[in-house]
Design a protein around this ligand. Sequence first.
Ligand SMILES: NC(=O)c1ccc[n+]([C@@H]2O[C@H](COP(=O)([O-])OP(=O)(O)OC[C@H]3O[C@@H](n4cnc5c(N)ncnc54)[C@H](O)[C@@H]3O)[C@@H](O)[C@H]2O)c1
Length: 293
Amino acid sequence: MRAMKVTVVGSGTMGRGIAQVAAGAAQGGYPTVLQDISREQLDKARAAVAKSLEEGIARGKTTPGQRDLTLANLSLETDLAKAGRDADLVIEAVPESLALKAEVFGILHKACKASTVFASNTSALSITEMGATSGRPAKFIGMHFFNPVHKMKLVELIKGKDTDDATVSLAREVSARMGKETVLVKESPGFVTSRINALIGNEAFRMLEGGVATAEDIDKALKLGLNHPMGPFEMVDLVGLDVRLSILEYLHKTLGETYRPTEIHRRLVREGRLGRKAGRGVYEYPATKEAKS
Ligand SMILES: NC(=O)c1ccc[n+]([C@@H]2O[C@H](COP(=O)([O-])OP(=O)(O)OC[C@H]3O[C@@H](n4cnc5c(N)ncnc54)[C@H](O)[C@@H]3O)[C@@H](O)[C@H]2O)c1
């Protein structure tokens, strides 16, 4: 049987990590095409994957053979239709906009085989809605990875109203070969993880706005008092304040007032304080500052 082929669309924070674990998956890895509209982002993504593999070797987590296999399995493409043509599974990781995702899946539906499974790495949007507009609702599923993808153990699988069992089985099998555990969640805004994470993060911004404590002390309280591995502000800086804001706006619309984004959060986004990727968010990261295209 020929090896299953994977295409990852969007080569930002998440897409590059998903492509890395797909290309380096167990049993020889999947031939993986990483697609992006930006050639510059693709080049950065490949460099980031190579760097992450070298770091893995230095820490004794990756072998040189694993690095070579991953890089050999990975190819880059700017043309979406070409990238989707031979794929058996497409995992989409473009920015969190329903309209943008629908446009991407519209092009893919025309370019891909009828049997190709579509997965979205959306943090919160409706899998049923995306599935319905994709043209293949039975073959549409949510595969929600976590940042950084090569380290985080979970893939949250989201079954839309029309997702069939074969699609769920395929997503489970691929996740397992990527070395991930899975949970199966029924269609619901924010699923399990984004809904709880957004709630904690939003409450932390409310406390900051109300002067309850400093950002540092709120983070310290959750880490040392509640045993969270990261504080909510460290977490939002990692996720991206813009990404989190769009999740909150969607949860506010679908689940109600609890999720209304705070003014302080909006202001930080307006000021370009988007988190680690921008070199500054709630905190400053002078050493890691990198221009983001
Ligand atoms: N950042 C996180 O921690 C995180 C975690 C889980 C899920 N997600 C979700 O993953 C998705 C991607 O998030 P991200 O943080 O990687 O975003 P990002 O901004 O880092 O990357 C998005 C990439 O998509 C590319 N892109 C934009 N339009 C495109 C198009 N039409 N076709 C192909 N590529 C296009 C951009 O050039 C960019 O490289 C979002 O839905 C987000 O909600 C993010």
